[in-house]
Write a protein that binds this ligand. Structure first.
Ligand code: AMP
Length: 503
């Protein structure tokens, strides 16, 4: 395959009646996808936006969202997916960074003033439209989508993924995972996370189906366990922590899900014990661990976790690099025998949108190379035959319930609060190296100590963070200390605090 948009259109033209999307039993065909994505593209082309200017898309995981994504790229614009459970502050911040002049509101927008921003809604986009010409569609190194991740200074970073980046990823997933023909994929991750891309484009370019388990259903155990047994698909895609949650449902097994043949995990460490538990419930399925940052386009390594691998390694490998990608170790970073993982290849992003400083710090191009390289901040090492292992981070980024969080982003907002003299957040790990809790360690200002009880302080700090960061970044525990350890440079010694929290 050499073009994602054309391939999806070809699938749609050859199979207009085939189901492409299943949202809790509400289905849409490939014919619907072609009609609606063309309608979005036609509308956008009449709006005379600046060429290549990105478009923010606010919504959940409905069919209209993906039709709109395709409409944006057909009209030559990258899309920025923003989950509609985000707070208004995030929308404003993403607009500030991206300079987008248009937001598409698939769901209702938060009730705030959005100066300088045009709003387009599905009702503004009729299905009747002139035939569209997709010669201006996103291609080559044009940006296809932009995913915003946590940033260290309170400003999120927009990772630009080009058509060429995405193509390298999708071709690899279709080739190297021995997936069934016309696979049906679980879509659990919201579209603002690149894990969703592991389902989205491999499904649509191969005439497969997307079976959605919406975010709000997964937030409520009762709904989750009523819904999951009803869904039928053959490729599971999630973080390991989401699958662990599903273990609480006794019907999460091969009897209830006889078609489920492949599990693709990404985004955080896959515990050995989890694979053993999964094998008991799905004895004949193929379980893959994959690894990669958003900056490398979803994933760049994979390995099937066989009995052989389970017997050999307690901490599981993250896999072999995809054929077009080199992974090297910068041994000046990390502990002895390890190094920082550096990725080079066609799926490595061109950088962060409108952020040359952070781009320069993390990306580089070696002399004579045609692809970018990215410093991941992950530490790792190679074992036999180039099999790669992950051993932790070299900075203060963590994964918590699958969400990528720069602890410094939370620290930034905590320290801005008038109640706080110093505030840092520490991850509390379990023995599988998984973060189980975020603990805020706070040294209060004198005034705050005298004025409020601890319960009231916690309530106020939580309420203020809720406006500034994503809900999953709000610490579970707040601990008030008379003094936090200070390092030689006069700042809080975060490493020391993390050590203390994990003693
Ligand atoms: P994200 O950009 O949200 O996909 O997060 C990327 C980060 O998640 C990586 O840099 C790693 O720190 C972590 N990660 C992703 N996959 C794995 C894995 N299989 N095992 C351990 N950590 C992982």
């Amino acid at each position: 395959m050499d073009n994602i948009i054309e391939t999806i259109d070809q699938v749609a033209e050859a199979n207009p009646k085939r189901i492409a999307y299943d949202y809790l039993g509400r289905t849409n065909t490939y014919g619907d996808l072609k009609l609606r994505s063309d309608a979005w593209a036609a509308k956008l082309l009449t709006m005379q936006l600046k060429p290549g200017q990105p478009i923010m898309v606010w919504g959940g995981q409905t069919f209209e969202m993906i039709a709109c994504f395709l409409g944006c790229v057909k009209a030559g614009h990258a899309y920025i997916p923003i989950a509609s459970y985000s707070n208004a502050e995030r929308l404003v911040m993403i607009q500030e960074v991206s300079h987008a002049s248009l937001v598409i509101a698939i769901d209702a927008l938060p009730d705030i003033a959005l100066p300088g921003l045009q709003v387009l809604r599905p009702a503004d986009v009729p299905n009747q439209h002139p035939a569209i010409n997709i010669s201006q569609a996103v291609h080559g190194d044009d940006t296809f989508y932009i995913i915003f991740t946590s940033g260290t200074t309170g400003k999120p970073k927009g990772v630009m993924i080009s058509h060429r980046n995405l193509l390298s990823f999708v071709n690899w997933e279709q080739r190297d995972f021995k997936l069934p023909a016309q696979p049906s994929f679980l879509v659990q991750a919201p579209y603002s996370f690149d894990l969703s891309v592991m389902s989205l484009y491999p499904a649509l370019t191969s005439g497969g189906k997307l079976v959605v388990l919406p975010h709000d259903v997964t937030q409520d155990f009762k709904q989750l366990f009523a819904t999951l047994p009803q869904l039928q698909f053959n490729v599971w895609v999630s973080t390991p922590s989401f699958a662990q949650m599903c273990f609480l449902d006794p019907t999460f097994n091969s009897k209830q899900h006889p078609e489920l043949s492949h599990f693709l995990f990404c985004g955080e460490e896959l515990p050995h014990s989890e694979v053993l538990a999964l094998e008991k419930r799905f004895p004949t399925s193929h379980i893959f661990n994959t690894y990669g940052p958003t900056e490398g386009t979803v994933a760049v390594t994979q390995v099937e976790i066989t009995d052989d691998i389970l017997a050999k390694y307690d901490r599981l490998p993250i896999g072999f690099a995809k054929a077009d990608t080199q992974i090297t170790l910068d041994e000046t970073k990390g502990e002895a025998g390890q190094g920082e993982l550096i990725l080079s290849g066609p799926s490595v992003s061109k950088g962060y949108l409108n952020n040359p400083e952070k781009t320069k710090a993390a990306f580089f191009r070696s002399a004579g190379a045609t692809d970018n390289s990215y410093r991941t901040g992950d530490a790792g090492f190679f074992a036999e035959k180039q099999l790669l292992f992950y051993s932790g981070r070299i900075d203060f980024q963590v994964k918590f319930n699958g969400y990528r969080i720069e602890l410094e982003e939370i620290n930034f907002y905590l320290s801005q609060n008038d109640l706080v003299r110093y505030g840092v957040v520490a991850p509390k790990y379990n023995r599988n190296h998984t973060v189980k809790q975020l603990v805020a360690e706070i040294e209060l200002t004198k005034a705050a100590q005298d004025k409020y009880s601890e319960a009231e302080l916690t309530r106020r700090l939580r309420a203020s963070l809720a406006k500034q960061v994503m809900p999953y970044m709000i610490p579970q525990r707040f601990v008030y200390r008379s003094a936090l350890p200070i390092s030689q440079n006069g700042k809080v010694d975060i490493k020391q605090v993390i050590q203390e929290v994990n003693q």
